[in-house]
Design a binder for this molecule. Structure first.
Ligand code: HEM
Length: 254
């Protein structure tokens, strides 16, 4: 019967293992620290954190919840794309079919809808929390600006998704919204035309809203979330309230 140590040695000397992991099995201090720096997944976590930022009452987990909702939206959104075509002939019936005959269709559609509603709420509350704890101040101003863009993208994604079921509610909500854009001084009518693609809400608007929803707004959202997380690390982790003396000690997690 081979011992645990010899099994470990066999695994870590295996070519497949070595092509993925650049260090030996993480059972020594050196290999453990290499495992962190060599892995993208582990590397995105900071080596040291301030203890007060781990308290649920500091962040309320609102940023992380917003991120998980975004993941739910991505997964269910890709799933919905298999059953939905953005044409005036099909959009409405595709949604009816999802509700009545597609396996898990109602579940997926409603998860997508609820995650979208909830995300508007959690991103807004996250923004309030950041402001409340002074997280928008130096050196985090840039990340605050990235956050404002994320907030606008969250709202625009909700708005463009609203038209896609192509029912009365969607049609008139989008008609009213785009007419409001049309009343903006100087650039209003041109902006409305670019968005709707015709004189009134119709097939052109449906295709444009779909393209914005699944690609032109979603891609920047994913990229900016990446920038947002990267900046949190580069700005030295989460903010500390002014009175906090809660700095991590040299050399380890507090
Ligand atoms: C898609 C939307 C967003 C996601 C997924 C997201 C995610 C996160 C996460 C996970 C954190 C770590 C702390 C925490 O969980 O609270 C964080 C921090 C932060 N977020 Fe967001 N966020 C989003 C939108 C926003 C918005 C709208 C703003 C502001 C306008 C913002 C500004 C910030 C700032 C400045 C920090 C650092 C806060 C600190 O150091 O205390 N974020 N974000």
């Amino acid at each position: 019967m081979p011992s645990n140590r010899s099994i470990t040695r066999i695994i870590t000397q295996n070519r497949v293992w070595q092509s993925i992991f650049r260090q030996g099995y993480p059972d020594t201090d050196e290999n453990q620290s290499k495992a962190i720096t060599n892995s993208w997944f582990l590397h995105i976590h900071p080596v040291r954190v301030k203890t007060h930022t781990l308290k649920i009452s500091y962040t309320w987990g609102l940023g992380v919840i917003s991120f998980y909702l975004l993941v739910v939206l991505l997964v269910t959104g890709i799933w919905l794309m298999f059953y939905y075509a953005p044409s005036v002939e099909r959009a409405y019936t595709d949604i009816q079919n999802l509700e009545t005959s597609v396996t898990f269709g109602m579940l997926m559609r409603n998860m997508h809808r609820w995650a979208a509603h909830l995300m508007v709420l959690t991103v807004f509350l996250h923004m309030c929390r950041v402001f409340w704890t002074g997280g928008h101040k130096h050196p985090r101003e840039f990340n605050w600006v990235v956050g404002v863009m994320l907030w606008l993208l969250t709202l625009l994604l909700s708005y463009t998704g609203y038209l896609l079921p192509w029912d009365q509610l969607a049609y008139w909500a989008v008609t009213v919204g785009t007419n409001m854009i049309g009343t903006t001084p100087l650039i209003g009518e041109q902006s409305r035309l670019i968005l709707v693609g015709a004189l009134e809400t119709g097939p052109e608007a449906l295709v444009r809203f779909y393209a914005l929803h699944i690609f032109a707004l979603f891609l920047p959202m994913i990229i900016l979330v990446g920038v947002h997380f990267w900046r949190i690390r580069k700005d030295g982790g989460l903010s500390s309230p002014l009175a906090s003396t809660d700095e991590p000690p040299e050399g380890g997690v507090k």
